[in-house]
Design a binder for this molecule. Structure first.
Ligand code: PMV
Length: 329
């Protein structure tokens, strides 16, 4: 039996535009998904999932049949979640040349589902690591990232960048531009505060919406390119350790994402509350539509402001996690 864990992430800059080859800078945060894999005597896959951010739920899953949750979890999210685990196990079987290996898999995640914090990538990364190790094979983080990307690509119908999976596998702040992925070294302390509205966005629909807009309107194509400019300026600010400039650029990035139609009333309310709470900057993180915002604030003004914001269900500080995927004792 092997347990591995992998971190979630926030996007400092660049979500959506990264799908069109612009750079993005996601940062791993100290909130992890833990996956335990135990080899079974047969070829079945049985999944037990405890989502630590909602009421616990358990689901049994055999082969292609979707189990029935015993508490109320959004059905599409659950089905999608099982798709990720199924494909992750397929990758482990492939890597270890063990096509008939069956597993009991247990997932415990402290990362809200579908909320822009990379929950699915963290589960997939940890699942591939735990299942391959259980089969006696040790993959390096770059190969796990690559295999996890293939899983996301498959489950999300070809609409996925390498950003989430690379970031979760490697930890720290990373830069992703097309297939070119690398860690950013010597990152300053980034005082992230996350606000969560308790909801989630439909990544596939949001990505498709931006694609249509970009095809129809020049302004949308220009907006995607402008996000790329903000990211490049953000990289300079990060290298210079200039938090004020980083915050200002996060504000610009949020405005551009709003122009592309991927923000929401609660995401905007949380972004504005963070700014009024003296955050250095704030933006939505991930696909948008609902879920989380990330603000930069070394003091407690943002946390206090978000606690009094209608629509904000929870607030937490999220330290940069410099460690990526790892085996748990
Ligand atoms: O909401 P998340 O954490 O799945 O992030 C989606 C980020 C997008 O850029 C919108 C899509 C992608 O695959 O990069």
């Amino acid at each position: 039996m092997v347990t591995s864990s992998a971190p979630g992430k926030v996007y400092l800059f660049g979500e959506h535009a990264v799908v069109y080859g612009e750079p993005a800078v996601p940062c791993a945060i100290e909130r992890r998904a833990r996956v335990t894999a135990e080899r079974r005597g047969d070829d079945k896959l049985r999944v037990n999932a405890t989502d630590l951010t909602l009421d616990g739920f358990t689901v049994e899953y055999d082969g292609d049949a979707t189990g029935t949750p015993d508490v109320d979890v959004a059905e599409p999210l659950l089905e999608e979640g099982m798709g990720y685990v199924n494909e992750a196990v397929e990758q482990a079987r492939d890597a270890a040349d063990a096509p008939d290996a069956g597993f009991d898999v247990t997932i415990e995640s402290a990362i809200p589902l579908g909320a822009g914090l990379g929950s699915s990538a963290a589960v997939v990364i940890a699942a591939i690591d735990a299942a391959t190790r259980e089969l006696g094979v040790e993959l390096d983080a770059a190969e796990i990232a690559d295999r996890a990307y293939r899983v996301e690509y498959e489950v999300q119908d070809g609409q996925a960048s390498r950003a989430d999976t690379f970031c979760s596998a490697m930890g720290g702040a990373v830069r992703v531009e097309g297939d070119d992925c690398r860690r950013i070294e010597d990152v300053p302390n980034l005082p992230f505060v996350v606000g969560y509205d308790g909801g989630s966005g439909d990544t596939g629909a949001l990505v498709a919406g931006v694609r249509d807009l970009r095809e129809e309107y020049d302004f949308a194509a220009d907006t995607v390119a402008a996000i790329g400019d903000v990211v490049r300026r953000g990289e300079q600010a990060l290298a210079a350790g200039d938090l004020e400039e980083l915050g200002e650029l996060m504000d610009f990035n949020h405005g551009l994402l709003s122009a592309l139609g991927v923000s929401s009333r609660t995401l905007d309310a949380m972004v504005w509350a963070a700014r009024e709470g003296d955050a250095l900057g704030a933006k939505l993180t991930g696909a948008g539509g609902g879920g989380c915002i990330v603000a930069l604030d070394p003091d407690d003004g943002t946390e206090t402001a978000l606690r009094y914001t209608q629509g904000c269900e929870s607030v937490f500080r999220a330290e940069l996690d410099t460690e990526g995927v790892r085996v748990e004792p």
